[in-house]
Design a protein around this ligand. Structure first.
Ligand SMILES: CC(C)(COP(=O)(O)OP(=O)(O)OC[C@H]1O[C@@H](n2cnc3c(N)ncnc32)[C@H](O)[C@@H]1OP(=O)(O)O)[C@@H](O)C(=O)NCCC(=O)NCCS
Length: 205
């Protein structure tokens, strides 16, 4: 994947942390992304993935969407791999949209709760801070019942700024909680939020 900036040809970089290697996904990752995204928690909480995720969607994401984002300077999507596995096994994805600074992240079920999410998204934020000229601020959007993601946002220093209605892939209106780094207020407690139907969806693990 190549990008011309200021007449310099740039490829999406590889980011490394203590335990992780982050790089653009390749065609070899399509099947793994498809399999991991059969997880109902990912389908529910990562709105662009959504229910009924197919191998075609994984293929389009890797071969079309990821290069389009990078080539258009609209951000970057990184496959997350562990050094422990010699950087071979994809365990999740982390990405950012520019200039909005909207971050996105998911990890395979068996690799959650080990600090990998925080490590991966911190690496993406550090890289953007060093390189992006178009960043407005870092932003986090999350479904109100996604405790793990809200906790991670809090730990990273994101405050709650507003709620926002969006349309999901089926045209249903979904309310997201939005946060920004280093500003905003306490995140609302899920129990305090108004419901549309009166029923609370199940919470994340
Ligand atoms: C959200 C998600 C990416 C978090 O990644 P993770 O690697 O499990 O999170 P980490 O282990 O880095 O935890 C970061 C912090 O959040 C807290 N946290 C993580 N999961 C939590 C949970 N289920 N409940 C409460 N706190 C939680 C941890 O205590 C940790 O704080 P610490 O560093 O002070 O100990 C992961 O749960 C996931 O992939 N969920 C499904 C997809 C998803 O919801 N993506 C986000 C869409 S907005």
């Amino acid at each position: 994947m190549r990008l011309m900036r200021d007449n310099v040809e740039m490829t999406q970089p590889t980011l490394t942390t203590d335990r992780l290697v982050l790089s653009a996904p390749t065609g070899d990752d399509v099947a793994t992304i498809y399999e991991l995204c059969q997880d109902p928690i990912i389908q529910k909480f990562v709105i662009p993935i959504g229910p009924n995720y197919t191998i075609d969607k994984a293929e389009t994401f890797v071969n079309k969407v990821v290069p389009m984002i990078w080539d258009g300077a609209h951000g970057a999507e990184f496959a997350i791999r562990r050094k422990h596995d010699n950087g071979l096994v994809l365990i999740g994805m982390a990405g950012i949209s520019l200039p909005s600074g909207e971050l996105g992240l998911w990890l395979s079920e068996k690799h959650r709760g080990e600090g990998y999410g925080r490590e991966a998204i911190t690496a993406v934020m550090d890289w953007v801070t060093e390189t992006a000229k178009t960043l407005e601020h870092f932003a986090w959007s999350v479904l109100p019942e996604n405790n793990a993601s809200i906790r991670l946002a809090q730990k990273l220093g994101f405050g709650y700024t507003q709620s926002r209605d969006i349309q999901d892939q089926h045209g249903n209106t979904v309310t997201l909680l939005c946060g920004a780094l280093g500003t905003g207020s306490e995140w609302p407690s899920y129990a305090d939020l108004p419901t549309r139907s009166g029923a609370r969806p199940e919470t994340s693990k």
